[in-house]
Design a protein around this ligand. Structure first.
Ligand code: URP
Ligand code: ZN
Ligand code: ZN
Length: 484
């Protein structure tokens, strides 16, 4: 075959293992994987470097208004460029419904925003207003378009849809083979803590961590899982930040819940002490759920190793440390009025490789799974996340030896800080491809605006799995009634 590109002499890494080999690419797809492949209009010498499926970032807020209406610093151009420099060939940011807005309008809005992306993209739909029309008319249309995941919030007054709303969404999702993602924190526990702290005048950034107790996450994760079990629906818990939350996930997976979860680099690398930096510096570290402590980090690494989490995603939520972002409500704003979130899309994979693989916490195979392959499986990206004939040629060639110090100047997002400033890392991608096009090569952007394409996704079909038994739905135990 006449290949457009042949990558030769790579150490091809998959979730199954690594092997020396070559990849032949034709028309944007992987056409051959073999020990040797001759020819190719262009030959790329991997020189023994790691060749892996390009990352799939599945938790990023790009060109999105926050729960309180603040626009992120990154649009689909800067966000996707930053993702590409971090080894990602595709991403799935959120398309957020504001209350009263139709889902059709949300999708049209994000289609216009997404058109600038340099990498392939899809959306998870955030639902804040599950009206009858949304549930039974608009969501099915979104599914038909290949938007097979959406997210709900159990916190934030403007987003929280309550347990009943969650049950409605979980049920519609189950019927269509979609997966529901959830930000799990108990809203009233947080508001109660906020009031106690405000009464005492405790509003510095460090109190953000106190205001959102570990118990608030653990209670909400547990509740979300029970709701999903009742609806027999698939559930994905985003940004798990507590040992207790991870333990609940683990236990309920064992019990048959159709349950997936992720954590994020910030919960493994930073602690609540970072919120206590001098002046308002701590505002840069405000995110929800909040940063925890060193003991939690160890527990989360343990759960990563054991397979509790299918992904480590960035939760890239970029708000600059100025009046457009963190300090929109004033330079001395109390913590509840400071935008939640921090950047990290470019450093997700390099950080996980350096701290995870090179420090012996996870294997290279797990790294590939956590960064790409598992995301493709869970979110229905049927042509992405694997190195195999027929798949999109979404590939990252990784130099495992490059040592460098993280600095904001090297980030390609629109941010004025990185929470990992000064970190010493080893290993980073040198070449990144999306559908066979080289988009980053040795620190230089090769892509043009709008080169990325929207991709629809397959249903996340857990319906054949037995799930967790709910006695009251069993006609044999409920006086013979068909209730499902
Ligand atoms: O603090 C965060 N994570 N902000 C982004 C929105 C969300 O809650 O995921
Ligand atoms: Zn969240
Ligand atoms: Zn988020």
């Amino acid at each position: 075959m006449d290949f457009d590109i042949v990558i030769h002499d790579g150490e091809i890494a998959t979730t199954e293992g690594t092997a020396k080999g070559c990849i032949g690419i034709k028309d944007g797809r992987i056409a051959a994987v073999a020990e040797t492949i001759p020819g190719g209009a262009r030959r790329i010498d991997a020189g023994g470097r790691i060749v892996m499926p390009g990352g799939i970032e599945t938790h990023a807020h790009i060109a999105q208004e926050s729960s309180s209406g603040v626009m992120t610093a990154d649009d689909y151009l800067s966000g996707s460029i930053s993702a590409a420099f971090g080894g990602n060939s595709s991403f799935i940011p959120f398309a957020a419904q504001q209350r009263g807005q139709s889902v059709d309008d949300v999708i049209a809005t994000y289609d216009a925003r997404g058109a600038r992306s340099v990498i392939d993209y899809s959306y998870h739909l955030i639902i804040s207003d599950p009206t009858e029309k949304v549930l039974h008319d608009e969501l099915p249309r979104a599914f038909a378009r290949g938007i097979t995941s959406f997210k709900v919030f159990m916190t934030y007054d403007l987003m929280n849809i309550g347990d009943r709303g969650m049950l409605d969404i979980l049920t519609v999702a189950r019927d269509h083979g979609a997966i529901t993602m959830v930000h799990a924190e108990n809203n009233d526990m947080v508001k109660w803590m906020n009031a106690r702290l405000a009464d005492r005048g405790l509003t510095a950034p460090r109190y953000h961590a106190i205001s959102r107790p570990e118990l608030a996450e653990e209670e909400a994760i547990n509740r979300a899982v029970q709701l999903a079990k009742l609806a027999d629906a698939s559930l994905f818990i985003v940004h798990v930040s507590t040992a207790g939350g991870a333990e609940i996930v683990r236990r309920e997976q064992f019990n048959g819940a159709k349950l997936y979860a992720e954590t994020c680099p910030q919960y493994l690398s930073l602690t609540r002490d970072d919120l206590d930096r001098p002046g308002m510096e701590g505002a840069k570290y405000i995110c929800s759920p909040p940063l925890r402590d060193a003991g939690t980090q160890e527990a989360l690494w343990h759960h990563i190793r054991m397979g509790t989490f299918v992904g480590v995603n960035s939760d890239h939520a970029p708000y600059r440390a100025d009046a457009t972002g963190k300090f929109l409500n004033g330079a001395e704003a109390p913590y509840p009025k400071i935008s939640n979130g921090m950047p990290g899309i470019q450093l997700r994979l390099p950080w996980l490789f350096s701290e995870g693989v090179l420090k012996g916490r996870i294997t290279l195979e797990q790294f590939v799974g956590l960064g790409s392959t598992n995301a493709a499986r869970v979110f229905g990206c049927t042509t992405k996340g694997r190195i195999a004939p027929g798949m999109d040629a979404d590939i990252a060639i990784w130099n495992p030896d490059t040592r460098y110090t993280v600095t904001v100047a090297d980030q390609h997002d629109n941010m004025d800080y990185t929470p990992l400033e000064g970190a010493e890392l080893t290993g980073r991608p040198e070449i990144v491809m999306t559908r066979g096009a080289v988009i980053v090569e040795n620190g230089v952007l090769k892509a043009t605006e709008g080169q990325g394409r929207f991709f629809g996704r397959a249903p996340v079909d857990d319906r054949a799995r037995p799930g967790a038994p709910v006695k009251e739905f069993d006609p044999g135990q409920n006086f013979g009634t068909e209730l499902r």
